[in-house]
Design a protein around this ligand. Structure first.
Ligand SMILES: Nc1ncnc2c1ncn2[C@@H]1O[C@H](COP(=O)(O)OP(=O)(O)OP(=O)(O)O)[C@@H](O)[C@H]1O
Ligand SMILES: [Mg+2]
Length: 359
């Protein structure tokens, strides 16, 4: 699949901008703070339904403006499609697919498949487990859009159980009502655990293959999912065993909202013992595997978003990355074209103060 057009209106530092995107390579070049990442963000939000930089949608509206718009035209299965997003100051954003308003915002996921390479994501192994859960949740939801609903449902039940725990602390007689929430939490939670398990099983072979290439056949990379519990009975029992502590804390201390993931290189825990470079290479290999996985799942090539990768990857890793993305529509941002000179046949855009010019 590929994007043919992007339209921005009062989005970030853009007032009005139309872009004709090439089917292959697109390079956006410009100094810092000119609006390069903003272009990537507009594509990402049309793909994932939210930004990778903020959870507050109205931050994407151009300052002092009542609303902002993003329009993406794309080809998929040889058909022309359109996604329109309207951001308004006081309302939740509205999304239209081919002119028809989506009832649920989460429905936007699964239409435009993208794989993002950003400086922040390359550092995901150094972050707290919550950041990694979100990172993998986004990947899983792209291959299985229903997963977005499973997360929303789980979070809703978790919030309700936590609210009840707080009430029980002051009114012990409510304790009998916890069972119903435990059951709901276990059911919603098992959907997350099963999907996470399946996803990791499926992608592992691709990760190992990609990383052997990235590391010149030196390293075997494996992703491990570390679930808070492996099966339903353990989950149920843990909730019962920990009930007093949970009531004390007013918070559920057990469940998939505590899951984590780690990578192992040649049997060594990469999150803890890997060098910075190894960790970045590991994520790079994972991202390449994600591309393979989406391609396999949909039979359409996902769109690659390479935001400022030269700030986190050295020359050697950049070259490896570029060798692997031939044939995919790719949007690259950079301040310096030097590292991308090896590429040919790209379309070049100059970005300056919220204006893009084709070169
Ligand atoms: N809501 C907004 N309204 C207006 N301008 C905004 C808004 N949000 C961000 N900006 C501006 O957008 C610019 C940053 O754009 P962007 O992050 O795309 O830069 P960049 O070209 O990727 O820079 P770098 O090379 O440093 O990554 C900044 O000047 C910032 O002030
Ligand atoms: Mg940037």
């Amino acid at each position: 699949m590929y994007i043919s057009k992007i339209g921005l209106e009062n989005f970030r530092n853009y007032e009005k901008q139309e872009l004709n995107i090439a089917e292959g390579l697109n390079i956006f070049i410009g100094n810092n703070a000119q609006g390069k990442t903003n272009v990537i963000e507009s594509i990402y939000v049309s793909s994932i339904g939210k930004s990778f930089r903020t959870n507050i949608d109205r931050e994407m509206i151009k300052m002092n403006m009542p609303n902002g718009k993003v329009q993406i035209e794309y080809f998929k299965n040889d058909k022309n499609n359109k996604i329109d997003i309207l951001f308004e100051q006081e309302k939740t954003k509205q999304v239209k697919l081919n002119g028809i308003k989506l009832d649920k915002l989460s429905q936007v996921v699964g239409n435009v498949q993208t794989v993002l390479f950003s400086p922040d994501e390359l550092q995901v192994l150094k972050q707290l487990p919550g950041v990694r859960r979100k990172f993998f949740d986004i990947s899983i939801s792209q291959t299985k859009p229903m997963y977005v609903y499973y997360i929303l449902e789980y979070n809703k039940v978790l919030k309700q159980r936590n609210a009840l725990l707080k009430q029980i602390k002051y009114d012990r007689s409510l304790i009998d009502t916890i069972d119903i929430w435990d059951e709901k939490l276990v059911n919603a939670g098992m959907l997350l655990i099963n999907n996470r398990t399946k996803y990791v099983e499926k992608i592992n072979e691709k990760i190992t293959k990609r990383h052997l290439y990235i590391s010149d056949n030196k390293e075997e990379l494996i992703l491990k999912y570390i679930p808070s519990c492996k099966d339903k009975t353990i989950f149920e029992r843990k909730l019962k065993d920990n009930l007093d502590i949970d009531i004390q804390n007013g918070y559920t201390g057990y469940g998939p909202h505590k899951d984590d993931y780690s990578f192992y290189i040649n049997g060594i825990l990469l999150n803890k013992f890997g060098s910075q470079g190894q960790q970045r290479s590991g994520i790079l290999s994972y991202k390449l595997a994600e591309i393979d996985n989406l391609y396999e799942e949909y039979g359409e090539k996902p769109i690659l978003l390479l935001d400022d990768v030269t700030s986190e990857l050295d020359k050697n890793r950049i070259e490896k990355l570029l060798e692997n993305i031939a044939g995919y529509q790719t949007i690259i941002t950079c301040t310096d074209i030097e590292n991308f000179k090896v590429l040919s046949g790209y379309k070049l855009f100059n970005v300056e103060s919220g204006k893009v010019m084709e070169v």
